[in-house]
Design a protein around this ligand. Structure first.
Ligand code: ZN
Ligand code: ZN
Length: 320
């Protein structure tokens, strides 16, 4: 028992220390010079992607990616609040950035919170009953209605898709797939997200997409405001009285540590924003086709069985 708790403490320490050292080391090596910066940010996506694929293949229950997301968010907020303001940011710019970060936290928290509803046992009986008892919870009620509506449409469309899970040894409804990391059957499973430490399925898929969009916007805003503060900006266009600027010459940013930190932070934000952009585009295409990532990667033959039109697919996705 003692050995078990000791190994758990060791694992938790590893889950926190690894992303902390990784973020600090990459960012502080990158501020040395432009060459170091390019090298670090070429290796960075390869290292993260390789480790992610390794963990996904092993169906690992690691917290490393979750801690990585959390520490990255804290790192960006610290940079923005303590270094970039020295470069004379407007209060409105600060307000928009803080609002986007807040939206990101709310959407990703809701993604995690609603992930338990995706578990087959939870959403079919226990959770539905407990949710129905709580009549004041509008979110819960709308989820039940959405579930019933979705089940009706799924039965119409996929009655022949009903299957069984060989691991749980029970019958499962259409579009339900087993997740080895969650050790459960997940309704409308899209994928297991290690950055949020939960499965993305029918009941949290839209919050996940909204979270990706708001975090993508926050990262782009952070990168743009940081770079235009330190890299001799030039105006591009004016909208609602606000001038949109782009950076011009960034050659002298490595002369001062604070400015180099802002520059490296901006490049780090751009890399994460590119990754999120790919995820968002992939999600938009699949949702328009009425598919989940799981169906796309594992059951490609289902593509032709789900042509109900883009509008209806988006309505189903948003429970409208
Ligand atoms: Zn299962
Ligand atoms: Zn999962």
């Amino acid at each position: 028992m003692k050995l078990l708790s000791e190994s758990k403490i060791k694992k938790n320490k590893f889950d926190v220390l690894l992303p902390l050292i990784f973020i600090l080391a990459t960012n502080f090596i990158a501020i040395v010079s432009l060459e170091f910066c390019i090298m670090i940010f070429l290796v960075f996506p390869v290292a993260i992607t390789s480790f992610y694929i390794y963990c996904a293949k092993k169906s690992s229950r690691t917290n490393v990616f979750f801690i990585f997301s959390l520490l990255s968010a804290i790192y960006f907020i610290c940079l923005f609040e303590f270094f970039v303001p020295l470069l004379e940011l407007l209060p409105q710019e600060n307000f928009v950035f803080v609002s986007l970060i807040t939206l990101t936290v709310i959407f990703f928290f809701k993604t995690y919170q609603h992930s338990s509803l995706n578990r087959l046992g939870a959403s079919s009986s226990t959770t539905s009953e407990s949710l129905k008892n709580n009549t004041n919870d509008s979110v819960s009620v709308s989820l039940i209605e959405a579930e019933e509506k979705q089940c009706d449409s799924d039965e119409d469309l996929d009655s022949e898709d009903k299957n069984s899970c060989s691991i749980c040894r029970k019958f499962i409804p259409a579009r339900t797939f087993h997740c080895n990391s969650c050790k459960s059957c997940i309704i409308g499973r899209d994928h297991h997200n290690y950055f949020l430490n939960c499965c993305i399925g029918r009941f949290n898929h839209k919050y996940f997409l909204f979270g990706c969009i708001s975090s993508f916007s926050a990262l782009l805003l952070f990168a743009n405001l940081s770079l235009t503060s330190i890299c001799h900006p030039f105006p591009v266009f004016k909208i609602f009285g606000v001038m949109f600027l782009l950076p011009d010459d960034c050659t002298d940013v490595f002369r001062e540590t604070e400015i180099a930190l802002c520059f490296v932070g901006a490049i780090y934000a751009i890399e994460l924003a590119i990754a999120l952009f790919i995820v968002i585009i992939h999600q938009f295409v699949l949702i328009s086709k009425g598919m989940t990532s799981h169906e796309f990667w594992i059951h490609k033959e289902r593509v032709n069985s789900r042509k109900y039109g883009i509008w209806r697919n988006w309505k189903n996705f948003c429970y409208i």
